[in-house]
Design a protein around this ligand. Sequence first.
Ligand code: IPE
Ligand code: IPE
Ligand code: MG
Length: 265
Amino acid sequence: MSDMQTTSAEQVADSQLLGQLDSDLLPRHLAIIMDGNGRWAAQRGLPRLAGHRQGLRALQEVLELCHEVGVPNLTIYAFSHENWNRPLPEINMLMGLLKEYLHRERKKFLEKKIRFLPIGRLDMLPHSVRMLVQEVAEETQHFSCRTLAVALSYGGRSEIIDAVRKIVRDIQLGTVTVEQIDENLFEQYLTTYGLPDPDLLIRTSGETRLSNFLSWQTVYTELYFTKTLWPDFRRREILLALLDYQRRERRFGRVPESVPQPSKL
Ligand code: IPE
Ligand code: IPE
Ligand code: MG
């Protein structure tokens, strides 16, 4: 079969999958641990950079599909707190790629009205990266319908610790009392405040762990693990993940008969 035929056969299959999606049952927030770039490159005898570059292509496709089907909020894990332990050349390369990505995409964020929301300990980023990240965040902060949250220098535990510190400070200032602390108040101190908790979390590359991602926010998230390496995660893969999600019954501790319809959640 020629490449052309393969592509068109895949397109037919994709459009069938697309047709099976229930637009009332889409996640309002999708979180993704984009893993496997290094292994993708190693399998081809290429440097890790090639895997990260190809990973950006996959991201592009996933973002486009989310827009097309109507998933409004996406959080992607781009660089974890623990990733600072990687060799310096790889860290520098990832920071360079992030800058390249933001320079290229910032116009698109404005055109498509996407809010770019960086989350994590941004003060640990190199100065030029931090400046750019903050600029793009500021110029898109007024968009409210679609969000791309990017976890950078992010750790779920450090996010919780930072929230605790801010709450203690507010108690010392007298703007919050101990009695006021509950889950709703706590959430207001998290960097994801304003976003619903992720309905679905996808991790690629066969690893079945959360690696310190969105620890507070994922307590009732549906988890989807696939062996596909992130650079190979394309339209078809995301459609399969969304369809799998739509077949799940989210009980939230209830018994099946009293589970509300998704639109009422
Ligand atoms: C994910 O791919 C990207 C980042 C962590 C930045 P990896 O770089 O972890 O790829 P593997 O897990 O080594 O294959
Ligand atoms: C998690 O991937 C972080 C990102 C995808 C950015 P890692 O590849 O760093 O995670 P571990 O170390 O295998 O858990
Ligand atoms: Mg990895």
